[in-house]
Design a binder for this molecule. Structure first.
Ligand code: UT7
Length: 325
């Protein structure tokens, strides 16, 4: 039985269409909605995002990210005995994206399920896979975050539609005698469900309720800066490490102000924070594995380094993971 789980490979995929702030502002202006590149950059750090084409879903993006993570690990789909997908924009009500991706990869037999923890979803999925591997039930897991938030955005709400983008990221997690995932922590506060949600559902063949994302941005902002610092300290303490041991912080890419504020509170300088929000926007559950893979492939993150992952999302949900990469 392996005592630890390790990241064996990373992969990501972005749909080809990019939409700059100016292009988005021009589209919104046609419907009388006013925004600007200057406002979006100043308040969020976002400069552009990717949008999936009509008919492209989160299974399509997730499959590509998974294949790239497998290639990076030097493994084939047949080496995988568990697939966990973090998503809030699945292709179907059921079966899960994990089952659909397993079908595409052609590797039946292992456990497949989705995790719904919105922007904290990847941390949740990673933590679950880590427990299964350390418990001896799983040898190698594909952990995927994939989203098409463009499909649930209300383009008449400038407070939310400028923030999100589409994409996918994945890691292969495998058993190992050396660490690996050092510690994880997961939390939630369902009393705050209303500050960030997409409340619509399918009922009797019709959509019942608002089928678009709605958010009280300031309320989420206030919670985010509070819980992220605490949960980051929690995983450091659990692992007996301090923030000076962290080579790279890989935060959920929602807002540059939240990311750098949290890092500063922890004593981590901006040069040690992976920052992809400018080019990807907020891709919810995909944002951390997408940022991780981008930084690995850019040669920033290297083997042997210590990584601090943290995220907060609808629910509210939040979590962190400390990893020796
Ligand atoms: O991924 C899950 C976690 N989500 C988050 O972490 C998001 C957390 N929240 C945030 O990042 C920020 O609250 C936002 C980026 C969403 C908003 O930034 P803010 O600094 O909190 O702005 P605000 O909501 O207080 O709005 C300030 C002003 C308002 O105008 P008035 O009332 O001052 O006249 C808004 O109407 O900015 C206006 N505004 C905009 N103006 C131009 C809101 N959206 C826009 C826009 N373009 N897109």
């Amino acid at each position: 039985m392996s005592i630890y789980s390790r990241i064996l490979g990373t992969g990501s995929y972005l749909p080809p269409e990019t939409v700059s702030n100016d292009e988005l502002a021009a589209r919104l202006a046609r419907d009388g909605i006013e925004t600007s590149d200057a406002w979006i950059v100043e308040r969020t750090g976002i400069r552009e995002r990717h949008f999936a084409a009509d008919g492209v879903g989160s299974v399509d993006l997730g499959e590509q990210a998974a294949r790239r993570a497998l290639d990076d690990a030097g493994l084939t789909p047949q080496d995988i005995d568990m697939i966990i997908v973090a998503t809030s924009t699945p292709d179907m009500i059921f079966p899960s994206n994990a089952a659909l991706i397993q079908g595409r990869l052609g590797c039946p037999g292992g456990a497949v399920f989705d995790v719904q923890a919105v922007c904290a979803g990847f941390i949740y999925a990673l933590s679950v896979a880590d427990q299964f591997i350390r418990g001896g039930m799983t040898r190698r897991a594909l952990v995927i975050g994939t989203e098409v938030f463009s499909q649930i955005l209300d383009f008449s709400d400038r407070g939310t539609c400028v923030l999100f983008g589409d994409g996918a990221g994945a890691v292969v997690l495998g058993g190992s005698d050396t660490p690996g995932v050092l510690s994880t922590a997961l939390h939630g506060d369902g009393r705050q469900a209303a500050i960030l949600r997409t409340p619509g559902r399918v009922c009797g063949g019709k959509v019942s309720g608002h089928p678009f994302l709605e958010m009280d941005g300031q309320a989420v902002f206030k919670q985010a800066v509070h819980v992220l610092e605490n949960v980051a300290r929690e995983v450091l303490e659990k692992a007996g490490r301090s923030s000076s041991d962290v080579d790279w912080m890989v935060p959920h890419q929602a807002n540059i102000r939240i990311m750098l504020h949290t890092a500063k509170k922890l004593g981590i300088g901006p040069e040690r924070v992976v920052q992809t929000v400018a080019w990807h926007g907020n891709t919810s559950a995909a944002s951390i594995p997408l940022a991780l893979d981008t930084a690995v492939r850019a040669g920033q993150i290297r083997r042997g380094q210590t990584l601090l992952l943290e995220a907060v999302g609808g629910g509210l949900t939040w979590g962190a993971a400390l990893i020796d990469f």
